[in-house]
Write a protein that binds this ligand. Structure first.
Ligand SMILES: Cc1cc2nc3c(=O)[nH]c(=O)nc-3n(C[C@H](O)[C@H](O)[C@H](O)COP(=O)(O)OP(=O)(O)OC[C@H]3O[C@@H](n4cnc5c(N)ncnc54)[C@H](O)[C@@H]3O)c2cc1C
Length: 511
Protein backbone atom coordinates (compact mmCIF):
# COMPACT_ATOMS: atom_id res chain seq x y z
CA UNK A 1 0.00 0.00 0.00
CA UNK A 2 1.26 3.47 -0.91
CA UNK A 3 2.41 5.58 2.01
CA UNK A 4 3.14 9.25 2.50
CA UNK A 5 3.32 11.54 5.50
CA UNK A 6 0.67 14.00 4.33
CA UNK A 7 -2.01 13.55 1.69
CA UNK A 8 -3.26 16.89 0.33
CA UNK A 9 -6.65 16.75 -1.41
CA UNK A 10 -7.03 19.69 -3.80
CA UNK A 11 -4.43 21.69 -5.72
CA UNK A 12 -6.00 25.14 -5.65
CA UNK A 13 -3.97 27.99 -4.10
CA UNK A 14 -4.46 26.54 -0.59
CA UNK A 15 -3.33 22.99 -1.37
CA UNK A 16 -0.40 24.16 -3.50
CA UNK A 17 0.84 26.46 -0.74
CA UNK A 18 0.48 23.74 1.85
CA UNK A 19 2.43 21.28 -0.31
CA UNK A 20 5.17 23.90 -0.85
CA UNK A 21 5.53 24.60 2.88
CA UNK A 22 5.51 20.92 3.84
CA UNK A 23 8.05 20.02 1.16
CA UNK A 24 10.36 22.83 2.24
CA UNK A 25 10.03 21.51 5.81
CA UNK A 26 11.15 18.03 4.72
CA UNK A 27 7.74 16.31 4.88
CA UNK A 28 6.80 13.76 2.21
CA UNK A 29 3.64 14.88 0.44
CA UNK A 30 1.22 13.67 -2.18
CA UNK A 31 -1.10 16.25 -3.68
CA UNK A 32 -4.05 15.10 -5.79
CA UNK A 33 -6.65 17.02 -7.76
CA UNK A 34 -9.70 15.93 -9.69
CA UNK A 35 -9.08 18.50 -12.43
CA UNK A 36 -6.78 17.90 -15.40
CA UNK A 37 -4.81 21.16 -14.96
CA UNK A 38 -4.56 24.39 -12.98
CA UNK A 39 -7.76 26.49 -13.01
CA UNK A 40 -8.39 28.24 -16.34
CA UNK A 41 -10.37 31.07 -14.82
CA UNK A 42 -8.95 33.89 -12.75
CA UNK A 43 -11.34 34.00 -9.82
CA UNK A 44 -9.12 35.56 -7.14
CA UNK A 45 -7.05 38.42 -8.39
CA UNK A 46 -6.13 40.37 -5.25
CA UNK A 47 -3.01 39.11 -3.52
CA UNK A 48 -2.60 40.77 -0.12
CA UNK A 49 0.60 41.87 1.62
CA UNK A 50 0.56 39.01 4.16
CA UNK A 51 0.48 36.44 1.36
CA UNK A 52 3.51 38.11 -0.27
CA UNK A 53 5.30 38.02 3.09
CA UNK A 54 4.74 34.25 3.18
CA UNK A 55 6.00 34.04 -0.40
CA UNK A 56 9.11 35.90 0.65
CA UNK A 57 9.69 33.19 3.26
CA UNK A 58 9.31 30.58 0.52
CA UNK A 59 11.57 32.54 -1.84
CA UNK A 60 9.28 33.66 -4.67
CA UNK A 61 7.67 36.95 -3.59
CA UNK A 62 9.71 38.90 -6.13
CA UNK A 63 8.56 36.58 -8.90
CA UNK A 64 4.89 36.99 -7.88
CA UNK A 65 5.25 40.77 -7.87
CA UNK A 66 6.95 40.68 -11.25
CA UNK A 67 4.16 38.52 -12.74
CA UNK A 68 1.42 40.78 -11.36
CA UNK A 69 0.44 44.45 -11.36
CA UNK A 70 0.88 46.61 -8.28
CA UNK A 71 -2.26 48.55 -7.40
CA UNK A 72 -1.69 51.34 -4.91
CA UNK A 73 -4.65 53.51 -5.68
CA UNK A 74 -8.31 52.98 -6.42
CA UNK A 75 -10.25 55.41 -8.59
CA UNK A 76 -13.84 55.88 -7.56
CA UNK A 77 -16.29 56.51 -10.41
CA UNK A 78 -19.81 57.73 -9.85
CA UNK A 79 -21.96 56.56 -12.78
CA UNK A 80 -18.91 56.54 -15.08
CA UNK A 81 -17.36 59.85 -14.07
CA UNK A 82 -14.22 60.00 -11.94
CA UNK A 83 -15.24 61.29 -8.50
CA UNK A 84 -12.24 60.64 -6.26
CA UNK A 85 -9.19 58.52 -5.64
CA UNK A 86 -8.34 56.26 -2.74
CA UNK A 87 -4.60 56.75 -2.76
CA UNK A 88 -2.31 54.22 -1.05
CA UNK A 89 0.83 55.42 -2.82
CA UNK A 90 4.12 55.55 -0.92
CA UNK A 91 4.10 58.59 1.33
CA UNK A 92 6.88 57.22 3.52
CA UNK A 93 4.38 56.97 6.38
CA UNK A 94 3.31 54.28 8.85
CA UNK A 95 1.52 52.30 6.12
CA UNK A 96 4.77 51.82 4.25
CA UNK A 97 6.63 50.91 7.39
CA UNK A 98 4.10 48.13 7.94
CA UNK A 99 5.13 45.70 5.19
CA UNK A 100 7.59 45.41 2.30
CA UNK A 101 4.42 44.94 0.20
CA UNK A 102 2.25 47.91 1.17
CA UNK A 103 -0.14 47.49 -1.75
CA UNK A 104 -2.55 45.02 -3.33
CA UNK A 105 -1.02 42.88 -6.05
CA UNK A 106 -3.26 42.03 -8.98
CA UNK A 107 -2.39 38.52 -10.14
CA UNK A 108 -5.07 36.37 -11.81
CA UNK A 109 -5.64 33.10 -9.99
CA UNK A 110 -4.88 30.89 -13.03
CA UNK A 111 -1.48 32.53 -13.49
CA UNK A 112 -0.90 32.47 -9.73
CA UNK A 113 -1.63 28.72 -9.59
CA UNK A 114 0.70 28.07 -12.54
CA UNK A 115 3.51 29.82 -10.65
CA UNK A 116 2.87 27.67 -7.55
CA UNK A 117 2.78 24.47 -9.63
CA UNK A 118 6.16 25.43 -11.18
CA UNK A 119 7.72 26.08 -7.78
CA UNK A 120 6.37 22.77 -6.50
CA UNK A 121 7.76 20.98 -9.55
CA UNK A 122 11.16 22.55 -8.79
CA UNK A 123 10.87 21.17 -5.27
CA UNK A 124 10.36 17.70 -6.77
CA UNK A 125 6.60 17.30 -6.26
CA UNK A 126 4.07 16.89 -9.09
CA UNK A 127 0.36 17.47 -8.70
CA UNK A 128 -1.41 14.16 -9.43
CA UNK A 129 -4.09 15.30 -11.86
CA UNK A 130 -7.30 13.51 -12.73
CA UNK A 131 -7.18 11.98 -9.26
CA UNK A 132 -10.10 12.28 -6.90
CA UNK A 133 -10.14 11.57 -3.20
CA UNK A 134 -13.20 9.31 -2.87
CA UNK A 135 -13.22 8.56 0.86
CA UNK A 136 -11.02 8.10 3.88
CA UNK A 137 -11.02 6.42 7.26
CA UNK A 138 -9.27 7.71 10.34
CA UNK A 139 -7.28 4.83 11.81
CA UNK A 140 -6.33 6.72 14.99
CA UNK A 141 -2.61 6.67 14.20
CA UNK A 142 -3.12 7.94 10.64
CA UNK A 143 -5.62 7.87 7.78
CA UNK A 144 -6.36 5.49 4.93
CA UNK A 145 -7.78 7.09 1.77
CA UNK A 146 -9.15 5.74 -1.49
CA UNK A 147 -8.17 7.63 -4.65
CA UNK A 148 -9.74 7.32 -8.08
CA UNK A 149 -6.94 8.03 -10.56
CA UNK A 150 -6.76 8.46 -14.36
CA UNK A 151 -8.63 5.72 -16.21
CA UNK A 152 -10.63 4.92 -13.07
CA UNK A 153 -7.70 3.14 -11.41
CA UNK A 154 -8.33 2.93 -7.66
CA UNK A 155 -5.54 3.22 -5.14
CA UNK A 156 -5.44 3.03 -1.36
CA UNK A 157 -3.02 5.40 0.36
CA UNK A 158 -2.01 5.58 4.00
CA UNK A 159 -0.79 8.84 5.50
CA UNK A 160 -0.21 10.32 8.92
CA UNK A 161 -2.49 13.26 8.05
CA UNK A 162 -5.06 14.23 5.44
CA UNK A 163 -5.49 17.89 4.54
CA UNK A 164 -8.76 18.78 2.86
CA UNK A 165 -7.99 21.72 0.55
CA UNK A 166 -10.74 20.56 -1.77
CA UNK A 167 -12.81 23.73 -1.98
CA UNK A 168 -16.31 24.75 -1.01
CA UNK A 169 -17.89 21.37 -1.84
CA UNK A 170 -15.18 19.53 0.12
CA UNK A 171 -15.63 15.77 0.27
CA UNK A 172 -13.17 15.65 3.18
CA UNK A 173 -15.48 17.94 5.16
CA UNK A 174 -18.51 15.78 4.32
CA UNK A 175 -16.65 12.60 5.30
CA UNK A 176 -15.54 14.26 8.56
CA UNK A 177 -19.22 14.92 9.32
CA UNK A 178 -18.50 18.58 10.04
CA UNK A 179 -21.30 21.13 9.50
CA UNK A 180 -20.87 24.16 7.20
CA UNK A 181 -23.45 26.61 8.56
CA UNK A 182 -24.17 29.96 6.92
CA UNK A 183 -26.18 31.06 3.92
CA UNK A 184 -26.29 32.23 0.31
CA UNK A 185 -26.81 35.83 -0.82
CA UNK A 186 -29.88 36.57 -2.96
CA UNK A 187 -28.08 38.97 -5.29
CA UNK A 188 -26.49 37.43 -8.39
CA UNK A 189 -22.89 38.40 -9.26
CA UNK A 190 -21.10 38.43 -12.56
CA UNK A 191 -17.44 38.24 -13.55
CA UNK A 192 -16.34 39.30 -17.02
CA UNK A 193 -12.94 39.65 -18.67
CA UNK A 194 -13.45 42.38 -21.28
CA UNK A 195 -11.47 44.33 -23.83
CA UNK A 196 -12.33 47.95 -24.44
CA UNK A 197 -11.36 51.53 -23.74
CA UNK A 198 -12.33 54.69 -21.94
CA UNK A 199 -13.54 55.35 -18.42
CA UNK A 200 -12.65 52.64 -15.91
CA UNK A 201 -11.03 50.40 -18.55
CA UNK A 202 -7.85 52.41 -18.10
CA UNK A 203 -5.45 49.78 -16.78
CA UNK A 204 -6.04 50.89 -13.20
CA UNK A 205 -8.18 49.73 -10.32
CA UNK A 206 -11.61 51.38 -10.46
CA UNK A 207 -14.46 51.12 -8.00
CA UNK A 208 -17.60 52.13 -9.92
CA UNK A 209 -20.80 52.97 -8.08
CA UNK A 210 -24.21 54.52 -8.47
CA UNK A 211 -27.40 54.55 -6.44
CA UNK A 212 -28.40 51.03 -7.54
CA UNK A 213 -25.29 48.90 -7.86
CA UNK A 214 -21.51 48.70 -8.11
CA UNK A 215 -18.78 47.05 -10.10
CA UNK A 216 -15.03 46.77 -9.71
CA UNK A 217 -12.78 47.08 -12.78
CA UNK A 218 -9.27 45.65 -12.48
CA UNK A 219 -6.43 45.55 -14.97
CA UNK A 220 -5.56 42.04 -16.15
CA UNK A 221 -2.36 40.82 -17.81
CA UNK A 222 -0.57 44.15 -17.51
CA UNK A 223 -3.57 46.15 -18.73
CA UNK A 224 -4.35 44.17 -21.89
CA UNK A 225 -7.85 43.45 -20.62
CA UNK A 226 -10.06 44.34 -17.69
CA UNK A 227 -11.77 42.16 -15.12
CA UNK A 228 -15.23 43.36 -14.13
CA UNK A 229 -16.88 42.04 -10.98
CA UNK A 230 -20.32 43.38 -10.25
CA UNK A 231 -23.76 42.73 -8.95
CA UNK A 232 -26.57 42.10 -11.41
CA UNK A 233 -29.25 44.77 -10.97
CA UNK A 234 -32.67 43.49 -10.08
CA UNK A 235 -34.36 44.65 -13.32
CA UNK A 236 -32.03 42.30 -15.29
CA UNK A 237 -33.19 39.30 -13.25
CA UNK A 238 -31.32 36.58 -11.39
CA UNK A 239 -31.09 33.81 -13.96
CA UNK A 240 -27.62 32.23 -13.76
CA UNK A 241 -27.71 31.58 -17.53
CA UNK A 242 -27.45 35.34 -18.28
CA UNK A 243 -25.11 36.43 -21.11
CA UNK A 244 -22.72 39.39 -20.90
CA UNK A 245 -25.06 41.37 -23.18
CA UNK A 246 -27.62 41.46 -20.36
CA UNK A 247 -25.29 43.27 -17.94
CA UNK A 248 -23.24 45.24 -20.52
CA UNK A 249 -25.41 48.42 -20.59
CA UNK A 250 -25.23 48.79 -16.80
CA UNK A 251 -21.49 47.92 -16.75
CA UNK A 252 -20.79 50.50 -19.48
CA UNK A 253 -22.71 53.17 -17.57
CA UNK A 254 -20.95 52.36 -14.29
CA UNK A 255 -17.43 52.27 -15.76
CA UNK A 256 -17.92 54.99 -18.38
CA UNK A 257 -16.09 52.72 -20.85
CA UNK A 258 -17.04 51.04 -24.11
CA UNK A 259 -16.51 47.33 -24.75
CA UNK A 260 -14.84 45.83 -27.84
CA UNK A 261 -15.15 42.19 -26.79
CA UNK A 262 -15.58 39.79 -23.90
CA UNK A 263 -13.20 36.86 -23.31
CA UNK A 264 -14.94 35.21 -20.37
CA UNK A 265 -18.22 35.71 -18.59
CA UNK A 266 -19.73 33.91 -15.66
CA UNK A 267 -22.36 34.50 -13.03
CA UNK A 268 -22.21 33.16 -9.53
CA UNK A 269 -23.85 33.29 -6.15
CA UNK A 270 -21.78 34.24 -3.14
CA UNK A 271 -22.04 32.26 0.09
CA UNK A 272 -21.02 32.94 3.66
CA UNK A 273 -20.18 29.83 5.66
CA UNK A 274 -17.63 28.65 8.24
CA UNK A 275 -17.11 24.96 9.08
CA UNK A 276 -17.97 23.96 12.65
CA UNK A 277 -14.49 22.46 13.07
CA UNK A 278 -11.22 22.77 11.15
CA UNK A 279 -9.86 19.46 12.41
CA UNK A 280 -11.15 16.05 13.33
CA UNK A 281 -8.59 13.45 14.39
CA UNK A 282 -5.95 13.26 11.70
CA UNK A 283 -7.84 15.28 9.08
CA UNK A 284 -7.73 19.05 8.64
CA UNK A 285 -9.79 21.52 6.62
CA UNK A 286 -8.17 24.53 4.97
CA UNK A 287 -9.17 27.28 2.54
CA UNK A 288 -12.62 27.29 0.93
CA UNK A 289 -13.24 23.83 2.40
CA UNK A 290 -13.27 25.56 5.80
CA UNK A 291 -14.70 29.03 5.07
CA UNK A 292 -16.31 30.89 2.19
CA UNK A 293 -17.65 34.41 1.93
CA UNK A 294 -18.42 37.13 -0.58
CA UNK A 295 -15.45 38.26 -2.68
CA UNK A 296 -15.82 41.79 -1.23
CA UNK A 297 -12.39 42.75 0.02
CA UNK A 298 -10.45 40.08 -1.92
CA UNK A 299 -9.77 37.95 1.15
CA UNK A 300 -10.83 34.35 0.41
CA UNK A 301 -7.78 32.94 -1.33
CA UNK A 302 -5.41 34.87 0.94
CA UNK A 303 -7.09 33.36 4.00
CA UNK A 304 -6.61 29.85 2.61
CA UNK A 305 -2.93 30.59 2.01
CA UNK A 306 -2.69 31.83 5.62
CA UNK A 307 -4.30 28.58 6.83
CA UNK A 308 -1.62 26.63 4.97
CA UNK A 309 1.23 28.65 6.54
CA UNK A 310 -0.32 28.18 9.99
CA UNK A 311 -0.75 24.41 9.92
CA UNK A 312 2.24 23.31 7.79
CA UNK A 313 5.01 23.96 10.32
CA UNK A 314 2.93 22.43 13.11
CA UNK A 315 2.39 19.19 11.16
CA UNK A 316 6.09 19.12 10.19
CA UNK A 317 7.23 19.64 13.80
CA UNK A 318 4.96 16.91 15.18
CA UNK A 319 5.96 14.44 12.43
CA UNK A 320 9.65 15.08 13.20
CA UNK A 321 8.92 14.73 16.95
CA UNK A 322 10.14 18.28 17.51
CA UNK A 323 6.88 19.31 19.18
CA UNK A 324 4.08 17.73 21.21
CA UNK A 325 0.99 16.60 19.20
CA UNK A 326 -1.10 19.14 21.18
CA UNK A 327 0.49 21.76 18.93
CA UNK A 328 -1.91 20.63 16.19
CA UNK A 329 -4.93 21.77 18.27
CA UNK A 330 -3.78 25.36 17.88
CA UNK A 331 -4.49 25.33 14.14
CA UNK A 332 -8.23 25.47 14.70
CA UNK A 333 -8.11 27.69 17.78
CA UNK A 334 -5.99 30.24 15.88
CA UNK A 335 -7.72 30.19 12.51
CA UNK A 336 -11.43 29.72 13.27
CA UNK A 337 -11.83 33.07 15.08
CA UNK A 338 -10.30 34.91 12.13
CA UNK A 339 -12.48 33.06 9.60
CA UNK A 340 -15.60 33.90 11.62
CA UNK A 341 -14.76 37.58 11.99
CA UNK A 342 -13.84 37.80 8.29
CA UNK A 343 -17.16 36.31 7.23
CA UNK A 344 -18.99 38.81 9.47
CA UNK A 345 -17.00 41.77 8.07
CA UNK A 346 -17.29 40.84 4.40
CA UNK A 347 -20.99 40.22 5.04
CA UNK A 348 -21.45 43.79 6.28
CA UNK A 349 -19.38 45.23 3.42
CA UNK A 350 -21.25 43.21 0.87
CA UNK A 351 -24.66 44.11 2.29
CA UNK A 352 -23.83 47.82 1.94
CA UNK A 353 -22.34 47.41 -1.55
CA UNK A 354 -25.59 45.96 -2.91
CA UNK A 355 -28.19 47.15 -0.37
CA UNK A 356 -31.18 49.34 -1.20
CA UNK A 357 -31.52 51.27 2.07
CA UNK A 358 -31.07 55.04 2.13
CA UNK A 359 -27.83 54.62 4.05
CA UNK A 360 -26.45 52.11 1.50
CA UNK A 361 -27.25 54.53 -1.33
CA UNK A 362 -25.65 57.39 0.61
CA UNK A 363 -22.59 55.21 1.18
CA UNK A 364 -22.26 54.43 -2.54
CA UNK A 365 -23.00 57.88 -3.92
CA UNK A 366 -21.54 60.25 -1.31
CA UNK A 367 -19.43 58.55 1.35
CA UNK A 368 -17.24 56.35 -0.88
CA UNK A 369 -16.70 58.75 -3.82
CA UNK A 370 -16.51 62.06 -1.92
CA UNK A 371 -15.65 61.58 1.74
CA UNK A 372 -13.49 58.44 1.98
CA UNK A 373 -10.79 59.79 -0.42
CA UNK A 374 -10.39 62.83 1.87
CA UNK A 375 -10.28 60.66 4.97
CA UNK A 376 -7.48 58.64 3.41
CA UNK A 377 -5.23 61.66 3.60
CA UNK A 378 -5.16 61.03 7.35
CA UNK A 379 -2.31 58.65 8.14
CA UNK A 380 -4.20 56.85 10.94
CA UNK A 381 -7.13 56.13 8.61
CA UNK A 382 -4.81 54.86 5.86
CA UNK A 383 -3.15 52.56 8.37
CA UNK A 384 -6.47 51.15 9.61
CA UNK A 385 -7.57 50.55 6.04
CA UNK A 386 -4.31 48.80 5.15
CA UNK A 387 -4.45 46.72 8.34
CA UNK A 388 -7.98 45.62 7.50
CA UNK A 389 -7.33 44.35 3.99
CA UNK A 390 -3.66 43.33 4.01
CA UNK A 391 -4.09 40.57 6.66
CA UNK A 392 -0.92 41.86 8.37
CA UNK A 393 -2.95 42.49 11.54
CA UNK A 394 -3.97 38.86 11.99
CA UNK A 395 -2.74 37.86 15.43
CA UNK A 396 -3.23 35.01 17.84
CA UNK A 397 -2.97 36.67 21.24
CA UNK A 398 -5.32 34.22 23.00
CA UNK A 399 -3.65 31.12 21.55
CA UNK A 400 -2.07 28.52 23.85
CA UNK A 401 1.15 29.30 21.93
CA UNK A 402 1.16 32.99 22.83
CA UNK A 403 2.92 34.27 25.91
CA UNK A 404 4.25 37.53 27.30
CA UNK A 405 4.59 41.10 26.10
CA UNK A 406 7.43 43.49 25.36
CA UNK A 407 5.98 46.97 25.15
CA UNK A 408 3.15 46.93 22.61
CA UNK A 409 4.17 43.62 21.01
CA UNK A 410 2.54 40.58 22.56
CA UNK A 411 2.82 36.86 22.04
CA UNK A 412 0.70 35.97 19.00
CA UNK A 413 1.36 39.19 17.07
CA UNK A 414 2.90 39.06 13.62
CA UNK A 415 6.57 39.99 13.91
CA UNK A 416 6.74 43.62 12.76
CA UNK A 417 8.85 44.24 9.68
CA UNK A 418 12.04 46.26 9.97
CA UNK A 419 13.75 47.19 6.74
CA UNK A 420 17.53 47.04 6.66
CA UNK A 421 20.61 45.65 4.98
CA UNK A 422 20.20 42.19 3.43
CA UNK A 423 16.41 42.38 3.44
CA UNK A 424 15.86 43.51 7.02
CA UNK A 425 14.56 41.26 9.77
CA UNK A 426 12.22 39.26 7.47
CA UNK A 427 15.20 37.72 5.64
CA UNK A 428 15.79 35.45 8.65
CA UNK A 429 12.26 34.02 8.34
CA UNK A 430 13.32 32.16 5.17
CA UNK A 431 14.61 29.36 7.44
CA UNK A 432 10.96 28.45 8.22
CA UNK A 433 12.15 27.61 11.72
CA UNK A 434 11.84 28.91 15.27
CA UNK A 435 14.21 31.80 15.96
CA UNK A 436 15.02 34.38 18.59
CA UNK A 437 15.24 38.07 17.67
CA UNK A 438 17.00 40.69 19.74
CA UNK A 439 17.06 44.30 18.56
CA UNK A 440 20.15 45.25 20.51
CA UNK A 441 22.70 43.04 22.26
CA UNK A 442 22.06 39.38 23.15
CA UNK A 443 23.37 38.31 26.57
CA UNK A 444 25.57 35.23 27.00
CA UNK A 445 22.90 33.27 28.94
CA UNK A 446 20.45 33.78 26.08
CA UNK A 447 23.00 32.68 23.50
CA UNK A 448 23.66 29.52 25.49
CA UNK A 449 19.93 28.74 25.92
CA UNK A 450 19.32 29.24 22.19
CA UNK A 451 22.21 26.91 21.31
CA UNK A 452 20.96 24.28 23.78
CA UNK A 453 17.60 24.12 22.01
CA UNK A 454 18.95 24.43 18.46
CA UNK A 455 17.17 27.75 17.99
CA UNK A 456 18.87 30.35 15.78
CA UNK A 457 19.51 33.70 17.45
CA UNK A 458 19.46 36.86 15.34
CA UNK A 459 20.84 40.14 16.65
CA UNK A 460 19.79 43.33 14.84
CA UNK A 461 21.31 46.73 15.47
CA UNK A 462 18.80 48.88 17.37
CA UNK A 463 17.31 51.39 14.95
CA UNK A 464 14.74 54.14 14.52
CA UNK A 465 12.88 51.78 12.18
CA UNK A 466 12.63 49.09 14.89
CA UNK A 467 11.39 51.59 17.47
CA UNK A 468 8.82 52.91 15.00
CA UNK A 469 7.24 49.45 14.71
CA UNK A 470 7.33 49.08 18.51
CA UNK A 471 10.18 46.56 18.79
CA UNK A 472 11.91 47.26 22.11
CA UNK A 473 15.66 47.49 22.45
CA UNK A 474 17.24 44.39 24.07
CA UNK A 475 13.86 42.66 24.46
CA UNK A 476 13.52 38.97 23.56
CA UNK A 477 11.18 37.80 20.79
CA UNK A 478 10.84 34.07 20.18
CA UNK A 479 9.45 33.88 16.64
CA UNK A 480 7.48 30.95 15.22
CA UNK A 481 8.24 29.48 11.77
CA UNK A 482 5.26 31.38 10.30
CA UNK A 483 6.59 34.76 11.46
CA UNK A 484 4.34 35.24 14.51
CA UNK A 485 5.83 36.01 17.91
CA UNK A 486 5.37 33.05 20.28
CA UNK A 487 6.94 34.57 23.38
CA UNK A 488 7.75 38.24 23.97
CA UNK A 489 9.74 39.45 26.96
CA UNK A 490 10.99 42.93 27.83
CA UNK A 491 14.25 41.40 29.14
CA UNK A 492 16.42 38.40 28.32
CA UNK A 493 15.59 36.26 31.35
CA UNK A 494 16.01 32.70 30.04
CA UNK A 495 13.67 31.09 32.63
CA UNK A 496 10.39 31.94 30.80
CA UNK A 497 12.05 30.94 27.52
CA UNK A 498 13.08 27.53 28.93
CA UNK A 499 9.60 27.08 30.39
CA UNK A 500 7.94 27.92 27.06
CA UNK A 501 10.18 25.64 25.03
CA UNK A 502 9.75 22.77 27.50
CA UNK A 503 5.97 23.22 27.80
CA UNK A 504 5.50 22.88 24.05
CA UNK A 505 8.31 20.37 23.55
CA UNK A 506 9.80 22.66 20.90
CA UNK A 507 13.22 22.18 19.37
CA UNK A 508 14.74 24.05 16.46
CA UNK A 509 15.76 22.09 13.38
CA UNK A 510 19.42 22.43 14.44
CA UNK A 511 18.79 20.61 17.75
C1 LIG B 1 -15.45 35.75 -8.72
C2 LIG B 1 -14.56 35.49 -7.57
C3 LIG B 1 -13.60 36.42 -7.25
C4 LIG B 1 -12.76 36.21 -6.18
N1 LIG B 1 -11.80 37.14 -5.89
C5 LIG B 1 -10.95 36.94 -4.87
C6 LIG B 1 -9.86 37.84 -4.61
O1 LIG B 1 -9.69 38.84 -5.30
N2 LIG B 1 -9.01 37.56 -3.58
C7 LIG B 1 -9.18 36.44 -2.81
O2 LIG B 1 -8.41 36.24 -1.86
N3 LIG B 1 -10.17 35.52 -3.05
C8 LIG B 1 -11.05 35.74 -4.06
N4 LIG B 1 -12.01 34.80 -4.35
C9 LIG B 1 -12.06 33.55 -3.59
C10 LIG B 1 -11.00 32.52 -4.10
O3 LIG B 1 -11.18 32.25 -5.47
C11 LIG B 1 -11.10 31.23 -3.30
O4 LIG B 1 -11.10 31.56 -1.93
C12 LIG B 1 -9.89 30.30 -3.60
O5 LIG B 1 -9.95 29.76 -4.89
C13 LIG B 1 -9.88 29.14 -2.61
O6 LIG B 1 -8.79 28.32 -2.87
P1 LIG B 1 -8.78 26.81 -2.38
O7 LIG B 1 -7.48 26.26 -2.85
O8 LIG B 1 -9.13 26.76 -0.94
O9 LIG B 1 -10.02 26.13 -3.13
P2 LIG B 1 -10.25 25.94 -4.70
O10 LIG B 1 -9.58 27.02 -5.47
O11 LIG B 1 -11.72 25.75 -4.87
O12 LIG B 1 -9.50 24.58 -5.04
C14 LIG B 1 -10.00 23.33 -4.64
C15 LIG B 1 -9.39 22.25 -5.53
O13 LIG B 1 -9.78 20.98 -5.02
C16 LIG B 1 -10.07 20.12 -6.11
N5 LIG B 1 -10.95 19.06 -5.58
C17 LIG B 1 -12.24 19.16 -5.20
N6 LIG B 1 -12.69 18.00 -4.71
C18 LIG B 1 -11.66 17.12 -4.80
C19 LIG B 1 -11.50 15.74 -4.45
N7 LIG B 1 -12.48 15.02 -3.89
N8 LIG B 1 -10.31 15.14 -4.69
C20 LIG B 1 -9.28 15.85 -5.24
N9 LIG B 1 -9.39 17.16 -5.60
C21 LIG B 1 -10.56 17.78 -5.37
C22 LIG B 1 -10.70 21.02 -7.15
O14 LIG B 1 -10.55 20.48 -8.46
C23 LIG B 1 -9.89 22.31 -6.99
O15 LIG B 1 -8.77 22.37 -7.85
C24 LIG B 1 -12.89 35.01 -5.41
C25 LIG B 1 -13.86 34.06 -5.75
C26 LIG B 1 -14.69 34.30 -6.80
C27 LIG B 1 -15.75 33.28 -7.14
Amino acid sequence: MAQTEVLVAGAGPTGLNLALWLTRLGVSVRIVDTSEGPGETSRAIAVQARTLEFYRQLGFAAEAVQRGTIANSIRVRLRGTEAGELDFGDRGDAVHAQSPYAYVLILPQDEHERMLVERLHEAGVEVERGTELLEYDDLGNGIRAVLNGPGGVRETVEAAYLCGCDGAHSSVRRRMGVGFPGGTYDRLFYVADVRGSGGGLDGRLNFCVDANSFCIALPLRHGQSTRLIGSVIQSVGDDRQLEFAAVAPEAAALTGGSFAGVDWFSTYRAHHRVADAFRKGNAFLLGDAAHIHSPAGGQGMNTGIGDAANVAWKIAAVLARRAEPALLDTYESERIPFARSLVATTDRLFASAVGDSLFDRFLRTVLVPRIVPELLNVEAVRLRWFDAISQTRIRYRTSALSEGAAGKIRGGDRLPWVDGPGGGNFAALASLDWQIHVYGKAETALREAAARHGIALHEFAPSEAAIRVRLEEDALYLVRPDGHVGLAQPDQDVVPLERYVTRLGIAGRDA
